[in-house]
Design a protein around this ligand. Sequence first.
Ligand code: ARG
Ligand code: ZN
Length: 881
Amino acid sequence: MRTDTGQVFKLEDYRPSDYLIPLTELSFRLSPDATEVKAVLTIERRDGVATTAPLVLDGDGLLLKKLEIDGTPLAQSTYTVTPDRLEIAHPPEAKRFKLTIETEVAPVHNEALMGLYLSNGVYCTQCEAEGFRRITYFLDRPDILSVYTVRVEAPKAEAPQLLSNGNPLERGEMADGWHYAVWHDPFPKPSYLFALVAGSLGIVNDRFVTRSGREVELGIYVEHGKEKLADYAMDALKRSMKWDEDVFGCEYDLDVFNIVAVSDFNMGAMENKGLNVFNDKYVLADAETATDADFANIEAIIAHEYFHNWTGNRITCRDWFQLCLKEGLTVFRDHEFSADQRSRPVKRIAEVRTLRAHQFPEDQGPLAHPVRPRRYREINNFYTATVYEKGSEVVRMIRTVLGPEAFRAGMDLYLKRHDGEAATIEDFLKAFEDASGRDLSQFALWYHQAGTPNLTVSSAYNAAAREFTIEIEQSVPPTPSESRKRLMHIPLAFGLVGADGRDMVYESVEGATVDDGVIHVRKRRHSIRFSGIAERPALSLNRGFSAPITLSVEQKTEDRIFLSGHDSDPVARWQAFNTLLTEALIAASRQIRGGKRPVFSDRLSALAGQIACDDALEQAYRALALALPGEADIAREIGNDIDPDAIFAAREALAKRIAEENGPSLRDLYERLRDNGEFSPDAAGAGRRALRNALLDYLALLTDGASLAADHFRLAANMTDRAAALTVLAHRHSGTPQATGALASFESRYANDPLVMDKWFLVQASVPGAQTVETVRRLTSHRGFSMSNPNRVRALVGTFANANQTGFHRADGEGYRFFGEMVLEAERRNPQLAARLATAMRSWRSLEAGRRDKARATLLAISGTEGLSTDLRDIVERMLA
Ligand code: ARG
Ligand code: ZN
């Protein structure tokens, strides 16, 4: 583990390296505790660099065995080496020379899951961001592009499959039952895209012919016996390859494309050139073991990693500050892909919910940073919702601002102009400016300025003048180290909805640039006047969630109710109803905190019933509308002095009220939506299940709710329904024989399937209430649990901290104490996992005073621990700052 050195990396310090590495030849002799790595690097001095410039290579915990230049061993006195650095003070004067480095690594002891490690007996690598330096000394930075040839040797019985990047060159037998394979990747790539996999795996094969006729061999490698579970992933891969050709003109460029599923993985997946490595959670699925959400995630992540082949690999990042260049753009591309494969509005609403749940709290708390950060201590802590999700929103806004044609022209130019290069955000924006002739300098603040902008909006109608006026004021709240903000360019899609539900047409507008249904907010204040308006419209704002902002709108409840039923934009329509629910829940939680009984309007529950039963609406949409704002969403809207217990009680009361007011019609609909037997993971099937399970959540609050949910569980023919029923039983009927029985039956059915057992851990970790911390503590000793597997830790401990407001924020601080212990326990093995886990406390300052003090005590206890990793120290200190 690297302990913290306090070093801060700054964007403005970027400087090209003195040396380049045009060719990299690697050979691996694999063994669990002593893998020999030989690297032959062709080193080239950059033009204009003095021959006296030392060559300094990065390492991380390495053991150097041998060092040669052009075949001659180096004298000890001519270099200095530590596990983390190799410096050759006087490299040869020749412009090019060959440096041979032999190192030894121990994959079996690599619990950080960075570099070369073993997962379930399979050798695999993870190099992004800085894992390659845990394999050999190198210029481990993304602007060093090199052509790799890789030879892998291993005992044939242990590792019949030997994989690396690019195309297979040759393979053969060796003495003593060993064999080898050689791979060559013709595309120069940065070290973070290097990958090696060796092991005994089951293989699923297929083929894809690109639009120009290249035949590509596709392979998905999984644990033996799980081959069937990779069918959906394979299908998603082929659809992704086709889609990227059709929509972005991006064609695949190697003869093979391989995906390997491993069970120990820090993140979702990794886009190594020609050899994607995946967390198996995002590959394996069938109706018996995966929910509809799992299928959708698999489709999205398979696409995401595949799309990186152009946005990330062919064009990579100059430095890690530019991470959003590949991540924000690639998330945008996978969002568009999923929208095309499924329901666009439903997908968009889900994205909005995710952004609000993950990115808004980040942007509004101590961990806020610009989409393109300027500083970091540990780059792994910047694989964030801001870089990914907000980064994607920024690309979407570029499309909104330029229009789809100019956007596509800009993308084409970017891909053409920078192919084979390591680029920056400035390069990216310039391509759009050049292709469109537009000036994006104010827009660029979206990359440089942290914080969620807010628009305060009011409107007035003047019947005599037939004029409608909208007053808009923008503000960007201060964030760490950025107290003063500049004015942003916010594309605000809107509609003036008439009584017939149609958008009204205006004669003229003044006060802002308004085109194609978008108001371009650029100044602090805009007073926008629409003329020729015959009646007072209902104002629909931020349609399609055109900008990742918060809105403070003075709007009549009448208008919100009207928009909930009539806005032609489904996202704004969903938003209108969601805002009504949120306002009601905030009011109710205040009443509860004041010792009163919460009061809800009859119209709200009637509206919920209407939306549920409106067959003109998509089923998935209705399910989303029925999902009450989460406790954390409500807390975020309240902003400070949060009492999670009051919020929970308010939410329960409203759910009960909706169930009671609409019982018979919801029940009737629930019956009508019964399964017809056939399972299909597509959007229509998933939508029906989502709606029926949303109804179950309400019906479970009524008399006999426990037995209804128990029947739902017993009759479930797929994991979506089974997991939904299990959740309802465990959450709403905790401790009843039905809940206990379902948990036991689920456990015995899936005891040998770790990915499914994660759902069992997750359900129990999210049971609301003070007692759950004891349950979770007990489950850490369950035989299916392991502190060294990230999926297990996230399912149990991560869920407890992120998705259990009343349990985690227990008033006596026990939730935090337990969590603090777990974070430190995780950090001894896997600092990246621990740091990620710890971010669950990022909103601690918004809690009421008692909880806030207890949360601070836990953070201080972590930060007071000696020898913390850079990863965890960085996160904890920023949260405390
Ligand atoms: N580039 C990967 C993706 O597709 C994420 C890998 C990040 N890994 C890490 N250890 N920071 O999003
Ligand atoms: Zn990515």
